[in-house]
Ligand binder design. Structure first.
Ligand code: NAD
Length: 476
């Protein structure tokens, strides 16, 4: 498509493409057609990026906090100005409704604004000692960071990789997904346009495992941060361990939703039915395993199906679209496998269950009920437009089911009982807990998981501290 932005590498401030580099097609998931291509970095390109990152680290770390704040705020302003164009490219590459793509990009600017201000609040401390002695705890940037971002939030995932690192004074090389390169590249360009040195923020593409192996194999990189599947996260954590690099892993989830009989059922339905199908369910905090107390099971089930069937599936550029296509044919194949397996094991398909048409990667919003616990979909992250509704026999059983899986990213609960809210907050193994809300993310709040959902946080003051290391200075 002629108006799709050209994608290139950004190494040491230079836009690089062509010159015999391999390229990868970018596909519009609404049509299945090629809309552009992205170059793969060569080993020499990655070495150049590493050398630049080492130089950029020294320059950026020595830039005063005030100056870093001013530059990052300017970058955020540029991202806001460019949000409509970035959002359009994002929708074309990833499929989500345009208003969500623009909203995600504006949210990325908000996150950068938070980080830019937070730099000023990274305090050290002085410890109490006898006169003449002094012990000071200082916080220093960890060093050059390598960030790997997934395709489901092409703007936000990239900002989560670069924002905290730049705020902390680190240089960063980010690899957005090759399937959705334009938005992340535009965010890096905005940082450079605002005054971040081109050596301090760089963008590369390539065969994911080749790029991560190359960058993590270098002693220059001191931290890795990754958003994606648990399987790849474990692999990268092992590579990081070989050189004892710091790691932040934002991995998969399979969020339980505990709906109690005392809940405001209509509010729970309105919030959770919209959430479950946002971004075609390709969200790491997507509500997926619904545990509904028996007295309200039928009411909740029927209300959920009614709301699901009212959703409009279509091209992300159409004004009335609630849900776009899945981002790739892999997602469709996975949905077919998971639904087939659940059906074979006795789950009821209440609505949906099928691919829509044969152009692009559209799938019906799908609701399964009474899904046996041994169905694959009850154990592996579905990452698609599907909700699993099961009746549950009271609080203890619901908590046990919520904690049954090795994942622990987000959990949702709906109850008016204050004492129960406290118990759930204490007992559910999760990085983020939502009580009577669908929201688990905010620029000033840490975002991250426990168990197989990963470790380390992004966003909030924790997102900056995750890119810093303490140094204790003892003076006698
Ligand atoms: P995947 O695990 O191969 O890819 C996920 C992301 O990781 C992609 O952006 C990819 O470019 C990157 N990646 C893959 N291998 C890498 C490597 N060795 N080094 C660096 N980056 C690498 O699989 P997929 O088919 O894209 O998605 C499969 C599943 O992953 C989904 O069904 C979902 O469960 C999970 N996922 C989770 C998130 C999340 O937000 N936590 C995002 C995307 C995918």
């Amino acid at each position: 498509m002629a108006d799709h932005p050209a994608c290139h590498l950004l190494i040491a401030g230079e836009a690089l493409s062509g010159e015999g580099r391999d390229t990868q097609d970018i596909v519009d998931p609404a049509t299945g057609e090629m809309i552009g291509s992205v170059p793969h970095a060569t080993a020499a390109d990655l070495d150049r990026a590493l050398e630049a990152a080492q130089r950029g680290f020294r320059t950026w770390r020595d830039t005063s906090a005030d100056q870093r704040t001013a530059i990052l705020l300017k970058a955020a302003a540029l991202i806001r100005e460019r949000a409509a164009a970035i959002g359009e490219a994002l929708t074309r590459e990833q499929g989500k409704p345009l208003k969500e793509a623009i909203g995600e990009t504006v949210y990325s600017a908000m996150l950068l604004e938070f980080y830019a201000q937070e730099i000023k609040r990274v305090y050290g401390r002085t410890l109490v000692r006898p006169a003449g002695q002094r012990v000071e705890v200082q916080y220093h940037p960890v060093g050059p960071v390598a960030g790997f971002a997934a395709w489901n939030f092409p703007s936000l995932n990239v900002m989560r990789k670069i924002g905290g690192a730049l705020a902390a004074g680190c240089s960063v090389i980010v690899k957005p997904s090759e399937e959705t390169p334009a938005a992340g590249l535009a965010l890096v360009q905005a940082c450079i346009d605002a005054g971040v040195p081109g050596d301090a923020v760089q963008c590369v593409f390539g065969v994911p495992n080749d790029v991560s192996t190359h960058l993590l194999g270098s002693p220059i990189i001191r931290k890795v941060t990754f958003t994606g599947s648990t399987q790849v996260g474990k692999h990268l954590a092992k590579l990081a361990a070989d050189d004892l690099k710091v790691a932040t892993m934002e991995l998969g989830g399979h969020a339980p939703v505990l709906v109690f009989a005392d809940a405001d059922i209509d509010r729970a339905l309105d919030t959770m039915a919209a959430n479950a199908f946002r971004n075609a369910g390709q969200v790491c905090v997507s509500p997926t395993r619904f545990l509904i107390e028996e007295p309200v099971f039928e009411q909740f089930r029927d209300g959920f199906v009614e709301r699901t069937e009212a959703l409009k599936v279509g091209n992300g550029f159409a004004k009335d679209t609630d849900m776009g296509p899945m981002a790739s044919s892999r997602g469709l194949e996975r949905m077919e496998q998971l639904i087939g397996d659940a059906r074979d094991r006795g789950a009821h398909v209440l609505t949906g269950g099928e691919r829509i048409g044969n152009q692009g990667f559209f799938h019906q919003p799908t609701v399964l009920a009474e899904v046996p616990v041994d169905a694959t979909i009850m154990n592996e992250e579905p990452f698609g437009p599907i909700a699993l509704l099961n009746p549950a026999a009271g609080e203890d059983a619901m908590i046990a089911e919520a904690n049954r899986l090795p994942y622990g990213l987000a959990a949702y609960t709906w109850t008016k009982d204050p004492a129960r809210r406290r118990r759930l907050a204490a007992e559910i193994e999760t990085g983020m807990l939502a009580i009577d809300t669908g929201s688990v993310s905010a620029a000033d709040a840490p975002f991250g998981g426990v168990k197989w959902s990963g470790y380390g946080s992004e966003d909030g003051r924790e997102g900056v501290l995750a890119c810093m290391v303490p140094k204790t200075v003892h003076e006698g």
